[in-house]
Write a protein that binds this ligand. Structure first.
Ligand SMILES: *[C@@H]1O[C@H](CO)[C@@H](O)[C@H](O)[C@H]1NC(C)=O
Length: 502
């Protein structure tokens, strides 16, 4: 059994120090950039005086200091935030570090993001997790076999599919393609320890780094009785440190792949055909669904939004999750929007090489941060402990917002908390496709603040008269209505070009 080493180290240290310590050693400027990018109020951050006057905050990515992957904290995670969970010649399984920053821990700290990359014909040995897995096939095709409820269910899955593996199911899977890799992005919902999960193997594998069989820890008397044998050695020879293959990710022959996929279906188990649509049979239904194959929920020439919600998939409803795929056309962007309840965990699954980024308004870093420090003169004794802020203490109103911004690429993870207005911009080199898991999705709604369906268009005349000064009333209407495209529209560069052409 593998222990989750990344868990252990993150738990022992303060969240900010993990990343800052090594970086600070390398370059004080880099450290400063990281500090500025934190959505925390740190007294030594230097603000742009002009911005401060308007009650808004902004930090500039300056040259190298603003390296992507280092910015946008704690809402952005780059490649360096993944840890290897299992690895062999035939593939690897990477897990993103915990969402343990105080600003996001409360909403999504219990969940983990992971990515599987399996080489052609790779085989993942049987095991079970103490976590539900919600998986999206980013590339390739495979067969996923679940042993649960006394049955065996084989699912054929392919690019664009979403499927759920309920916690505790014994699963084995294989890449069924001869030459393409099978790549899966998943969200894990641990059921025993929030934010931390384990994998359990009935069969152990050769090599020091390889998992052991959980049978091996039981006493001789228990094993003999449980297997109804007099010889513990027989049981050990079967399950313990099996030298077959190369461990938890090995390779199957073409014939074995054919055999594994022979009985696989896309139907899951419909529930015996007895009518009534009883929730019992629906619950059993684990068929994969194509996220991209169905009609998009919203689409124009600047992008498409695909969605699978609890309405289509009871498992997702039970988990209070949904899965979205936003595919933004190169050079376009999403209108400024926020969610009413859900926190979105966004994974970049497709992107051109350059020019992709997100921006978000973050209220947590406010002017109150500094005055708070001054007021609490006695806080000396607490040293530099920001731990306290943001939870526990008195609620403070933030009087300003900070811009959180980061360059993003394939594999980047972005967290958009409920209520925080945000946008994604696709560079000119390719489409930007974002897979997002909505946590707390069941009664969620997306609210647009710009574009054709902007909520601001609903303001009534009396409110407008009260909210806007007399002299800008007309202008306000014009500004609010100027962007006619909804949800997706021209990005900054396309828009600039359009204005020059006029
Ligand atoms: C995004 O859209 C483009 C253009 O239609 C398509 O080629 C690409 O496969 C889509 N990406 C995903 C992840 O669906």
């Amino acid at each position: 059994m593998i222990t989750n080493s990344s868990d252990q180290c993150t738990r022992q240290r303060a969240p900010t120090s993990i990343t800052m310590k090594p970086a600070a050693a390398r370059s004080p400027w880099l450290a400063l950039a990281i500090v500025l990018s934190l959505c925390l109020s740190l007294s030594f951050a230097s603000w742009d005086a002009e911005d401060e006057g308007r009650g808004s905050r902004r930090w500039q990515e300056g040259g190298d200091e603003g390296r992507s992957g280092e910015s946008g904290r704690p809402y952005h995670f780059g490649e360096e935030s993944y840890r290897e969970w299992a690895k062999s010649r035939h593939g690897h399984f990477k897990v993103l570090k915990r969402f343990d920053h105080e600003l996001i821990r409360g909403s999504i700290g219990d969940y983990r993001v992971a990515c599987l990359d399996a080489a052609p014909r790779a085989f993942l040995q049987p095991s079970h997790y103490d976590a539900d897995e919600i998986a999206y096939v980013r590339e390739g095709e495979g067969v996923v076999v679940l042993l649960r409820n006394g049955k065996r269910e084989s699912l054929c899955v392919r690019e664009g599919d979403v499927f759920v593996i309920p916690a505790g199911s014994i699963v084995y899977s294989a890449n069924t393609h001869r030459s393409k890799w099978f790549r899966v992005v998943m969200l894990l919902n641990p059921v025993s320890t929030p934010g931390s999960f384990q994998e359990f193997f009935p069969i152990g594998y050769g090599g020091e780094q390889q998992p052991e069989s959980f049978f091996s820890v039981f006493s001789d008397e228990v094993i003999r009785a449980a297997f109804n044998t007099r010889r513990r050695e027989d049981v050990d020879r079967v399950f313990k440190r099996n030298s077959r293959g190369e461990g938890e990710i090995s390779e199957a022959s073409e014939e074995q792949i054919r055999e594994l996929s022979r009985s696989c279906s896309r139907g899951g188990r419909g529930g015996g055909g007895g009518g009534g649509g009883g929730s019992g049979s629906e619950k059993e239904d684990i068929r994969p669904r194509s996220l991209t194959g169905e009609k998009p929920r919203y689409s124009n020439k600047h992008g498409r939004l695909h969605q699978i919600t609890g309405d289509q998939c009871p498992h997702l409803r039970n988990l209070d999750l949904d899965v979205n795929l936003v595919n933004i056309t190169r050079g376009s962007m999403t209108a400024l929007r926020y969610t009413t309840r859900a926190t979105k965990i966004v994974v970049v699954v497709e992107a051109g090489n350059d020019g992709n980024y997100f921006e978000m308004a973050c209220p947590h870093l406010s002017s109150s941060g500094r005055s708070e420090r001054r007021e609490r003169g006695r806080s000396e004794e607490q040293g530099g402990q920001e731990e306290e802020k943001g939870h526990g203490g008195e609620q403070e109103k933030s009087r300003g917002y900070r811009q959180v911004r980061a360059e993003i690429k394939v594999g980047s993870v972005i967290v958009l908390p409920a209520g925080h207005p945000a946008t994604f911009v696709a560079g000119n080199e390719g489409n930007l496709a974002l897979l997002s898991f909505g946590v707390g999705a069941n009664n969620d709604e997306e609210v647009f603040m710009t574009g054709g369906n902007s909520a601001l268009k609903q303001l009534d005349e009396a409110a407008k008269a009260l909210a806007f000064p007399q002299q800008v009333r007309e202008l306000a209407d014009k500004v609010i209505r100027a962007q006619t495209e909804a949800v997706f529209h021209d990005g900054p560069q396309q828009q600039r070009r359009a204005f020059f052409d006029m």
